[in-house]
Design a protein around this ligand. Structure first.
Ligand SMILES: Cc1cc2nc3c(=O)[nH]c(=O)nc-3n(C[C@H](O)[C@H](O)[C@H](O)COP(=O)(O)O)c2cc1C
Ligand code: SF4
Length: 491
């Protein structure tokens, strides 16, 4: 592993990039979109988030929102709504407390099997499964691994992305808190397959319990000799747990690579892609927590069995998380192909207090809205793209009539401007310009024709010219809201 000169670590120009770099987290009130959508359930709590500095965008208590860090929250509902469970079957009733319990549930058998396979055969199995990255881009996982495997460089890295910054998402949080052993087993198999000797697991600071459960589990793996010198069939493996410092953009994989290297967490231009030139300029695979948690099942049951679940280009099962406006907020395992109607009314049991559903936002604050007349759409990556929405990480936020289209635009633009890293002009300038237009129009509650023309022009430039998905997504989300709810926002 390349060790960094001390000068690169803890420089003020690096620390100043982050919201929470040097501070232990004070009591925080969540300002994330999921708590915003549920604010009618407790206006007093949500209003505190509006005056808090620094802001907190998502504590992962979206099932209890509006939320705050010192509130007591039970585990969310965790349930299986598919004929075969890949991810949740061992944690529906309670979490897994130690590695022995995990082993008693057939844990580690996939790792054992994988270590008796050739790395290229593991990659073949993952390719056959049709698994695509659950972090939001849905790139085929097997192809990503193959690309790193094929590099000439001997030194390679694996990063597990547990930053889960999208409001409404607490899927990775549940996996890391309730079954960190599954995450680590998947990561060890991936590292063995691609030939990485070091794994970084990056957990957001706003998830202190997930950080602790991951830390404890890593130590248990070490004590069992499953991490360390010669642990992977004669190959050494090390796991380093990284704590986030407060930045939405660091969830983007190239920004995360910079952050781990002790640099400012700004995205890099691609190409080159991380699998060619990633962490410390070595081939690097970045995988999301949920993605990697599918791996043990695929190795145990075969890629073909995984491919049999799901539909069209979206294979396998998917975890979804519902915000507190639903009668039954929680994390559910579903099969791709289920309709949004079924999710809203059968799984989520409709909205609290019989509130009417105005719209859904799936996949984070920078995804387009889905209107009630689009609920027969099936859950799938391409199917949601076809209605100008996105699947993202599978986090589903319901909104009722108390949120106008203008309110929504304001929240999204305010969030995007606050979190923009400022590296590229279209996003740095674009988010601030959008914010000033929307702030001017705030008292009116709608845009004039000139304002909406300007907004659409800026959003189009951001969508086509920004360096990373933050600026692109902001442009996209703004255009999608204006297109779908034009009558409400433009007068
Ligand atoms: C602004 C931005 C934020 C992101 N945040 C996350 C995140 O919190 N967690 C995550 O897994 N992926 C996030 N991603 C996607 C990652 O860049 C990357 O695609 C993913 O970690 C790759 O893993 P996968 O192939 O398993 O999905 C983000 C992307 C962007 C543009
Ligand atoms: S799009 Fe925004 S967040 Fe991404 S690099 Fe540019 S300024 Fe930074």
């Amino acid at each position: 592993m390349v060790s960094l000169p001390q000068i690169l670590i803890k420089r003020p120009e690096v620390d100043s990039f982050y919201t929470f770099s040097t501070v232990e987290l004070p009591e925080q009130y969540c300002r994330g979109l999921a708590c915003f959508a549920s604010r009618s359930l407790n206006e007093k709590i949500f209003s505190k988030s509006k005056v808090q500095i620094p802001r907190t965008y998502c504590l992962g208590f979206c099932y209890a929102g509006p939320s705050y860090s010192k509130g007591y929250y039970k585990r969310p509902i965790i349930d299986i709504k598919t004929k075969k469970s890949v991810l949740l079957k061992d944690i529906v009733k309670d979490r897994i407390y130690d590695i022995e319990q995990y082993i008693s549930l057939d844990g580690l058998s996939a790792l054992k099997k994988a270590l008796n396979m050739e790395p290229i055969d593991i990659i073949k199995e993952v390719k056959e499964s049709g698994l695509r990255g659950r972090g939001g881009a849905y790139f085929p996982t097997g192809l990503k691994w193959e690309s790193a495997y094929n590099q000439r460089e001997e030194e390679r890295y694996l990063i597990i992305n547990g930053d889960e910054g999208d409001a409404g998402a607490y899927i990775d949080k549940v996996l890391m808190e309730d079954n960190p052993y599954l995450v680590i087993e998947g990561a060890l198999i991936a590292a063995y397959a691609i030939g990485a000797k070091t794994i970084y697991i990056y957990v957001r600071k706003e998830y202190p319990f997930a950080y602790e459960t991951m830390k404890k589990a890593i130590n248990e793996f070490k004590n069992k000799g499953l991490i360390g010198t010669n642990a992977l069939k004669g190959r050494s493996i090390n796991i380093i747990l990284e704590k986030g410092k407060g930045s939405y953009v660091v969830g983007e994989e190239t920004a995360m690579i910079n952050a781990i290297m002790g640099l400012r967490g700004e995205p890099r231009a691609r190409p080159p892609y991380p699998t060619e030139l990633g962490l410390f300029n070595k081939p690097t695979v970045v995988n999301n927590v949920e993605t990697i948690s599918n791996i043990p099942w695929i190795i145990k049951n075969s890629g073909k069995s995984y491919y049999e679940l799901g539909f069209n280009k979206s294979r396998g099962t998917k975890l979804i998380s519902l915000n507190n406006l639903f009668n039954k907020p929680g994390v559910y395992e579903v099969e791709f192909g289920i309709s949004l109607n079924e999710i809203v009314y059968n799984i989520g049991d409709g909205l609290k207090n019989n509130l009417p559903l105005k719209m859904l936002i799936i996949g984070g604050p920078l995804a387009g809205p889905i209107l009630p007349n689009e609920l027969d759409t099936k859950l799938g990556v391409e199917e949601l793209r076809n209605i100008n929405a996105s699947l993202g990480h599978g986090n589903i936020i319901a909104f009722s009539n108390d949120t106008t289209a203008f309110d929504l635009l304001y929240e999204i633009i305010d969030f995007a401007a606050y979190e923009s890293c400022g590296k590229c002009f279209p996003c740095r300038f674009g988010t601030q310009s959008l914010l000033s237009i929307v702030e001017n129009a705030k008292k009116r509650g709608y845009f004039t024709k000139e304002e909406s023309n300007s907004i659409e022009r800026i959003a189009r430039v951001m969508k086509s010219q920004s360096l990373c998905g933050h600026g692109v997504g902001t442009g996209d989300a703004v255009l999608s809201i204006i297109n779908k709810l034009r009558d409400e926002v433009v007068k």
